[in-house]
Design a protein around this ligand. Structure first.
Ligand code: P6P
Length: 321
């Protein structure tokens, strides 16, 4: 286990040294994500001042147009990841089509990301986050993104909450780093994160219960209530998953009559979060199969998501089979 307090860059380099054939490309790639995250964090922290600096879409006191934070976050990610030269292609929730950076023509990785998930919560100062998923380049086309989640090289999220945390897995467990803003470094605060085998919290938007199309789901939630579980639902996936990773229990966004494939995106929300939860000893399913076994067919496809502690997921599967 890495030493508490080690900074993210040194951690990434020490992980690289465990792989003799590593070229250093993934290390540079992850450091580019880290750099983008620090800049996004600084803008998120200023979000409360938009009335002072000017509403998005308006011109601020400096005469510059104030951008929506999710659009700005996307631009920051695209610039940093392109400039790193380590990515052949970038896919984002904010972009219909992937970007193929000039600097990445010979790169070996592709990355899919949600630059600022939960951005509708910014106005009420609720935690939001950036989610990313890195795959190996195969043929150099859009199909490089359509790989099963179990083939991810790395996945992670940055949560802009009461503190800014970078949670990362490169397939060798999960580690959490907290930003020390006084020195601008992410320091290892949660080494070798493991999800509790069982929790006491369920996290799902019960307002949709009458629309849920998953048979047995209502009965499952009722059973959790009988067992004394409490409900926690923030409505920001990164925050709800982060709490589930630390406290255990279950987070779910099921299919319903309106969102017939669920609301959350497979490539840059469900798949990276499933990778992290499973690397931490948890489970993730769409109700029928492991999220990480799903072969995507479209960049922006949605999927039902249930992830969390083994006890709650196994119990769910008993109810919905
Ligand atoms: P609902 C935020 O808008 C988001 O995309 C996820 O971060 C979150 O888990 C979900 O939607 C919340 O959706 O329908 O419960 O408000």
């Amino acid at each position: 286990m890495a030493k508490l307090g080690i900074d993210l860059n040194r951690f990434i380099l020490e992980e690289e040294r465990k792989h003799p054939k590593a070229t250093g490309s993934l290390s540079i790639a992850l450091m580019a994500v880290e750099g983008a995250a620090k800049i996004i964090a600084s803008h998120v922290r200023m979000a409360g001042l938009v009335d002072v600096l000017g509403k998005a879409g308006k011109v601020n006191v400096q005469g510059e147009e104030v951008q929506k934070l999710d659009e700005l976050s996307n631009e920051i990610m695209v610039k940093h990841l392109s400039d790193s030269g380590q990515f052949y292609a970038l896919a984002s929730e904010e972009m219909e089509e992937p970007v193929f950076p000039e600097q990445g023509k010979d790169a070996q990785y592709v990355i899919a990301f949600d630059p600022l998930d939960g951005s509708s919560n910014i106005d009420v100062n609720v935690s939001i986050g950036t989610i990313f998923s890195i795959h190996r380049r195969i043929n150099g086309g859009v199909e490089d993104f359509l790989q099963e989640g179990k083939k991810q090289v790395a996945a992670g999220y940055i949560i802009y909450g009461s503190s800014t945390m970078f949670v990362l897995s490169t397939g060798n467990g999960v580690n959490g780093f907290t930003l020390d803003p006084s020195v601008g470094m992410f320091l290892l605060s949660h080494p070798d994160m493991k999800i509790p085998q069982k929790g006491k919290i369920y996290s799902i938007n019960e307002a949709n219960a009458k629309k849920w199309t998953q048979p047995g789901l209502v009965e499952y939630i009722d059973r959790l209530k009988e067992e004394g579980y409490t409900a926690r639902y923030i409505g920001s996936m990164v925050a709800d998953v982060h709490r589930t990773l630390i406290k255990g229990g279950i987070f779910g966004y099921p299919a319903d009559r309106k969102n017939t494939s669920g609301k959350l995106r497979l490539l840059y929300e469900a798949s990276p979060m499933a990778f992290l939860v499973e690397q931490a000893g948890g489970k993730a399913t769409d109700g029928n199969r492991d999220i990480l076994d799903i072969k995507p067919t479209d960049l922006h496809q949605r999927t039902p998501v249930f992830l969390g502690s083994p006890k709650e997921i196994d119990q769910l599967l008993e109810f919905i089979k």
